[in-house]
Design a protein around this ligand. Structure first.
Ligand SMILES: C[S@@+](CC[C@H](N)C(=O)[O-])C[C@H]1O[C@@H](n2cnc3c(N)ncnc32)[C@H](O)[C@@H]1O
Length: 257
């Protein structure tokens, strides 16, 4: 056997190991990551990656799911970041009032700037606030959405109780996030994105804070989400687990206070 043949066999073996192991789920302890994205350079870098096609696709499939549930008036995005989810939502829900909330002042400013030239007027509003201390009165919101933010929340149990508090009776929530018990394939893809793709693109601010790997490892497993939501007043909920992400749907009972 010559060197080339040996190299080909080694390469095929590596590919085979990666393919087989990608089918198993990750089993790693949770690692807490930062809460709000406050650093201007990181916020700018996050804004840039949010406009990439893969994020657009995720938002499109989230909005498709939202259309199945949402018939109500206001849609409130918790941890809205630069506001692109609300932009996608606004196209499919042209009559709804949209509100974005983020713990980070920097992100709220970015979201406002991203919407400034689009002429939404009073239809859209951004507020600074934390998921566990939301700037709304009791029973005032129709539909809560959130993407890629749950794993940042310092107190997710208090946050779900807070979401329940601000929802009107019959109000609903749809939350999307990574799941830490993702199939390893996602782990490899994220490793590649962080260590190869972002490096080539020169997006260092995100790599410096160990993202996106930090977010995957800070996220909850499907079982943990189930245990978490059981501790809240939500009785009507569904958890839909996918390859590397989760949808959590919840509804506040019509007769709830
Ligand atoms: C990874 S970004 C996701 C942004 C956007 N939802 C998206 O899908 O692109 C997470 C966002 O959640 C915000 N965030 C983190 N902890 C929060 C909390 N406790 N309450 C509200 N927002 C929070 C961060 O400031 C950041 O803008």
């Amino acid at each position: 056997m010559n060197l080339i043949e040996v190299l080909i066999i080694v390469f095929c073996l590596i590919v085979l190991i990666i393919l087989v192991s990608s089918m198993f789920r990750l089993n790693m302890p949770r690692r807490v990551n930062l809460e709000g994205i406050e650093d201007p350079k990181t916020a700018e870098a996050y804004d840039r990656i949010s406009r990439m096609p893969q994020f657009k696709l995720i938002r499109r499939s989230f909005v498709k799911k939202l259309k199945k549930y949402c018939t109500k008036e206001t849609i409130t995005d918790i941890g809205c970041g630069p506001g692109y989810l609300l932009q996608s939502v606004s196209k499919e829900f042209p009559e709804n009032k949209l509100v974005g909330v983020d713990i980070s002042k920097e992100m709220v400013e970015k979201a406002k700037a991203n919407f400034a030239s689009m002429g939404y007027g009073e239809r859209i509003e951004f507020r600074q606030g934390a998921a566990d201390y939301l700037p709304f009165d009791d029973s005032t919101q129709d539909f809560i959405v959130s993407t890629f933010s749950l794993h940042h929340w310092a107190d997710p149990e208090a946050s779900f109780k807070e979401i329940f508090r601000i929802l009107k009776p019959g109000g609903q929530m749809l939350i999307f996030d990574f799941r830490r018990d993702a199939q390893r394939l996602l782990f490899y893809l994220i490793w590649f994105a962080q260590n190869v793709a972002l490096r080539i693109m020169g997006i260092t601010a995100i790599r410096k804070i160990n993202e996106p790997m930090g977010s995957l490892l800070a996220s909850y497993t499907k079982k943990e989400i189930g245990e978490l939501i059981k501790k809240t007043p939500f009785k009507d909920y569904q958890i839909e687990g996918k390859l590397g992400w989760i949808y959590l749907y919840g509804k506040k009972a019509e007769n709830a206070l």
